[in-house]
Ligand binder design. Structure first.
Ligand code: DC
Length: 219
């Protein structure tokens, strides 16, 4: 028998990460945040000052790129050429660059094997944008988690440290990312035909995970 794969796709700020972590704990399996990979690519593009819109330059860059997830205690860290880059990938700048550069089919293709190799050996909850549509079309159960833009922006705003934060700019940036992610040609954000859609606007994390566990049991 193969491994059991659960996918959770949806827009930024819908609560995918928190939900995926709790769901994987309840199921006793691994959890993978695939957005971290696109953020890792963006970080290296930024650090190496890569002209990623130039296909030839991008191909050379991707050939040398060496991103990996490494288990450290109970969490996965992201490494680039063996170095831990986890703490550098969560800035608003990297969010935007990950969103725009992830439209490149070469980047998506380069990350496919990393994702599918993890799935070969372990039951896993995968979180991302195209998990159910492209990367794992045969997943056991597929979820599409969404919430109102204003609710998502408020959540991100509350998570942000510092006093210089501004909710209207958080919401604006989020809308740009929503549009980038769902309007691109290559693997756009959308629910798979057989995905279970959950509106998390007015649900707690526990309620969302409770619903998911119910669907998983029935599957
Ligand atoms: O999940 P996240 O917000 O950390 O993802 C950052 C960006 O990476 C997101 O705006 C689009 C891209 N992404 C993607 O294209 N496909 C995925 N499976 C995950 C993320």
């Amino acid at each position: 028998m193969g491994t059991r794969i659960i996918t959770i796709d949806g827009p930024a700020g819908a609560g995918k990460t928190t939900v995926s972590k709790l769901l994987s704990q309840k199921l006793g399996c691994v959890y993978v945040d695939t957005g971290a990979l696109y953020r890792g690519v963006a970080l290296e593009i930024q650090r190496q000052d890569i002209d990623w819109e130039n296909d030839e330059v991008l191909d050379v860059f991707l050939k040398d790129l060496d991103l990996n997830f490494v288990r450290q205690k109970d969490r996965l860290i992201l490494t680039s050429s063996g170095k831990d880059i986890t703490k550098f990938i969560r800035t608003p700048e990297i969010s935007m660059l990950a969103s725009s550069s992830s439209a490149k089919p070469q980047i998506r293709a380069a990350l496919l094997d990393i994702q599918r190799n993890i799935a070969k050996t372990k039951d896993t909850v995968f979180e991302g944008r195209d998990m159910g549509t492209v990367v794992f079309p045969d997943a056991a159960v597929k979820f599409f988690l969404f919430a109102d833009l204003s609710v998502r922006a408020k959540r991100r705003f509350d998570e942000m440290p510092g006093e210089t934060k501004d909710i209207s700019s958080v919401q604006k940036q989020m809308k740009i990312r929503d549009d980038n992610d769902s309007q691109r040609k290559s693997a756009p954000l959308k629910p798979a035909g057989d995905a279970i859609e959950i509106d998390a606007s007015f649900l707690t994390v526990e309620q969302v995970v409770g619903k998911m566990l119910g669907f998983i049991e029935e599957a």
